[in-house]
Design a binder for this molecule. Sequence first.
Ligand SMILES: Nc1ncnc2c1ncn2[C@@H]1O[C@H](COP(=O)(O)OP(=O)(O)OP(=O)(O)O)[C@@H](O)[C@H]1O
Ligand SMILES: [Mg+2]
Length: 417
Amino acid sequence: VAVAEACAVTDARSMLAAILEVAEDGIYAMTLDGTIVAWNHGAERIYGYAAEQILGKPVSLLVPKDRNEEMATILAQIRRGETIEHLETIRLRSTGSPIEVWKWVAPTRDDRGHVTGAVAIVRDVTPIQQALRQTEESNAQLRSQEEMLRQALKALRKSHEEQKATQLQLIQSAKLESVGRLAAGVAHEVKNPLAIILMAAENLSAAIEAPDPDTAAALADIQDSVRRADSVIRGLLDFSTATDLTTQDEDVNEVLERAISLVRHALTKSKVTLVKEFEEGLPQVVLDRTKIEQVFVNLLINAIDAMPAAGGTLTVSSFRDQVTEVGPGIGHRRTDTLRIGQSVIVVTVEDTGTGIDEQAMARLFDPFFTTKPPGKGTGLGLAVCRSIIALHGGTIQMSNRAVGGARATVMFQSSRR
Ligand SMILES: Nc1ncnc2c1ncn2[C@@H]1O[C@H](COP(=O)(O)OP(=O)(O)OP(=O)(O)O)[C@@H](O)[C@H]1O
Ligand SMILES: [Mg+2]
């Protein structure tokens, strides 16, 4: 203790006595073997022992059994003349209940500097620690509540997005319906004149015995153009009249075989290798054979068209599966045609072609969306496929394969027999 020179020894003693008297902390002194020899009011309040109860008793009374070793270490340190700066530990009240304390212990010395014992200062931090723990707990609670709120917000956002998507779908299908009606009307009007023009052109070229090259070319052009116009018109009619289905139980593999035989020529011409992976003994599917054939032919031709000039591999698979993932037309919404867990027959058409870029992906099924040169594609193929498949209570999806190229996936509900 730093005391000014002028301060007499008696003053120092009375100062110490005053400190012991007013200190809120517990202060006690002990001998080197741990016998308690001084005990202030603070210690009395913290430990619950009055001075006369504890003086001459071993300090181990204050120490929980499992911390006896800690006390032994402290005494050993004191004997070496070391100070214990700040120890956070547990002690016992006279009632046996534990208290959390912070402790400082310093050795006491005689005139010659020999260590005679120690003085310990003890602060009861039980209430502080409890308050700290409570704060931490309520912080954790706050955090978890915040997390719950965040989750709820996320769920809300998601359902809002879903609602918006359904609304868009509804608007889209309403639009398509009116486009379809319009198209059907126009197609009917145009179909007959086209047939007449075609017939006339054929008659003309038959009637002219040896036409000059220009006339012959012009006649051929007329016939070509009319045929192209006719195929557009037919596509439109397909699109708008897909509603008339003639269905019966069919074997999907047979329908696939027939569709493949229709594109056999295109396969050879484009040097495309065909791989068939059909699962045997699939359950039958209720479908309109001609319409589904048309869907498969469309997908096969799309795949062939996407292949590089050097050729590629076209893999057609059929298998049974269970719906596991929510997707377009799959889920729990009223407008969804397939439910999670439902048994389905799946047909996939995979190619090793260009794949589909993100912009095209969003518009593939739009009527008249095509990336093919004028005169080559009408852009009605996938739109027709989708409306036909939807009428069958199935789904159709286009995706990119991880290995490059695209995949068409068609799912049918298997007939319940
Ligand atoms: N397997 C595929 N790989 C890459 N792109 C594809 C594939 N299938 C379709 N597409 C893209 O989708 C577009 C639309 O296809 P869709 O079948 O509707 O029309 P189309 O083939 O262009 O014309 P149509 O079928 O009327 O002759 C294609 O132009 C093409 O860009
Ligand atoms: Mg197509």
